[in-house]
Design a protein. Sequence first.
Lengths: 479, 479
Amino acid sequence: MAKKLTPQSQDFSAWYNEIVYKADLADLSPVRGSMVIRPYGFALWENIQKNLDQMFKDTGHENLYFPLLIPMSFFEREAKHVEGFAPELAVVTHAGGKELEEPLVIRPTSETIIGEMYSKWIMSYRDLPLLYNQWANVMRWEMRTRPFLRTTEFLWQEGHTAHETAEEAEAETIQMVNIYTKFARDYAAIPVVTGEKTVGERFAGAKMTLTIEAMMRDSKALQAGTSHYMGTNFAEAFDISFNDKENKQAFVHTTSWGLSTRFIGAIIMGHGDDKGLIMPPRLAPVQVVIVPIFRKNDAEAKEAVMTKANGIANELKAQSIRVKVDTRQGMSPGFKFNDWEQKGVPIRLELGPKDLENSTVVLADRLNEAKETVALDRVVGIMADRLEQFHHKLLKRATDFRDEHSIEVDNYEDFKASIEGNWLLVNHCGSEDCENQIQKDTKATPRCIPLEGIKSDGNCVHCGEKSAYERKIIFAKAY
Amino acid sequence: MAKKLTPQSQDFSAWYNEIVYKADLADLSPVRGSMVIRPYGFALWENIQKNLDQMFKDTGHENLYFPLLIPMSFFEREAKHVEGFAPELAVVTHAGGKELEEPLVIRPTSETIIGEMYSKWIMSYRDLPLLYNQWANVMRWEMRTRPFLRTTEFLWQEGHTAHETAEEAEAETIQMVNIYTKFARDYAAIPVVTGEKTVGERFAGAKMTLTIEAMMRDSKALQAGTSHYMGTNFAEAFDISFNDKENKQAFVHTTSWGLSTRFIGAIIMGHGDDKGLIMPPRLAPVQVVIVPIFRKNDAEAKEAVMTKANGIANELKAQSIRVKVDTRQGMSPGFKFNDWEQKGVPIRLELGPKDLENSTVVLADRLNEAKETVALDRVVGIMADRLEQFHHKLLKRATDFRDEHSIEVDNYEDFKASIEGNWLLVNHCGSEDCENQIQKDTKATPRCIPLEGIKSDGNCVHCGEKSAYERKIIFAKAY
């Protein structure tokens, strides 16, 4: 049998790197910092896409597609934006055998080229709001990369909307972070904390950045999706103005919001254990796997077992359950059990000649230690409910873990003593210098000012100045 | 009202460029040769994707994702491949603020990087076949570009499979071109001709290229999808070898197959008329549009009409019919009728107070001149069938047009006299020199050797040598 995974408690980072490759989610590619997303990982992304896309469409958004390459000069029009992205750009200087007159940049995000187009498309208040989204690849030349968490190229969706008023644009920004929150909880079984970023952590060019923060099994935070209100910053830089209801020219208010393949990292590290992945059933590429068991030379047993296994699979498929019969040859049942456990399939059925004799099947639940014996004539009927239960158990497990590792502290000694392995809820003065000092001491950063949570207006946990916020904010180490 | 489209008969090319922008399919972008695909165009692409993707999955293919950037040196490993693509490459020379040690190329197609990965993944015959596909953007720096037909960046799917034997790989190549054929006919209502490319027209590095060729309304041909058998060319270049059933090392046989946003060009030019687009119903972003009619100041009539219009829309939606109620303000009904005709929506319902009084609705079919009056209590019930009929009418219209403009000729005088406005079925000697001479004289190229069709072994229409093929082959002017 293959070498076991490094236990999470021993080296979480090693566990992560091993499981990504062993569970066939991704592979290293020959190009520095980029990865190949393998079919098992890509099927997970497809399920993320399908469900999120429906939520976007249900709230009136339409998809479209903007070019990959953006003229370098576009970035220079919004000062903070270029400052934020310039160091990470990949630049096309030659094409079609010639040097280009102006270098073109592979999009790290598309606000600039979208701004340019919106300035053409928006003339009057009748053209508003524009509620658009694109699914695309983007590139940020990061120095340190890790599969899914931080790769030079990644896949994402970027929504870009334009509105008549600040109020409407802010409401959109909040609506979209709420969609991410609901998606994370209801599909990925991840109980994210939703909040606003402090000024120092905002997106380059934004007036407000909302985020969903997920707790990983090592208690670190992972920013899993963000929604930004840009004010009129991009509208002014790209001259996106319109004739308003009073027949005056005004700038539109824009938003952007994105969720990327990084979210796969949140699923891996938010649920996985020492045996490997645990897939949330509503997104799992395979929800139920059936492992048929028979002796290699017993053709009669093989036929009986395979017939029954395929029969169960077809009945489950008819219920839209994603099921796979593991017909691989040359592998023992034990190897297969281990393999599917590692891949995090929620429910496994084991079916051999003895089971057929007894009209039963063995059911292994990825969240339970003990296996169960279930009557063959009941197994199909209970499956949809079992997958629902699995979702709720997984969500509860993650919620309990998050709550156990979220601690209020009110002095810096306790802060430093508790920051390893916890999220800390604290009062903070709001100063960037103070944030930086905390980061220097402890590596912790402000994750967000929760939209809901403990109201408080005490003094800063670090410097003792008055709290800048109405609520305690979260500091944590983060990916 | 907006300026009318240039008639197809006057200037087909002008008609095409106008309709792309007027029907909101795409817009010019600030980057040379690339376009923005607008929501109406992108919704068409999403419907193409959804249906093709299901056909790929039904035949056992899985999706995955390879990196956008490919090391320049990879291209040099397959001689014909680099020769074919080198002039069109876009090259990243700088990233993260530094010059790269080796330039990276934006993929024009992914055989090379996929070959590199397959050589890692394939060890034994047990790993075969690999049946993978990716949906991606690619870039070819073309000199002359036109929206959808030829853009520097385009969206496509590229399937890449690896097999134990030549027979299996050839069967896959044929299976996939048959899927394209079926998709074109059954979804896009385009009666393509399926055939093999002559040697001179093969994909760079292929041993066999199969193609679907579609006839546009100006009788030119458009290559709308291709499927290639690579032999062991790429396997040898990238060392994709495996331990076969006899325990010997052998090279795999690979295929690749692709269909791109160019297919949208085939839909536009294969069906459109002087009024604009005609959307095939099974792919149409909007299958039925309802235009409510009322006087601006008659609030009572407005409410009654809107209530009924929304009621019909909801009943149609419940049947999974893609319906839109046109609630735009400040536009006359006549403007809206014209707009939806231009956008090619198959069926339009016009509903005003007079119709409500009579319990009827006016139905306009994009393929019929006359409007019909339909009883309100029947309109929902007939709609699915009407859309089906529309598909078959559209397919028949395109098939009749193709057949009327496909002519057998057996001498070069007739060839030259008939090539304008027709596809010519001819015997050909198979020599590339002879093909080139015909192209020089007439601008026509060999489109394909049809897989089915007129058996013949006469003499070459141009040079009089013996036919190289069992069948007459098609010459035509092409996009």
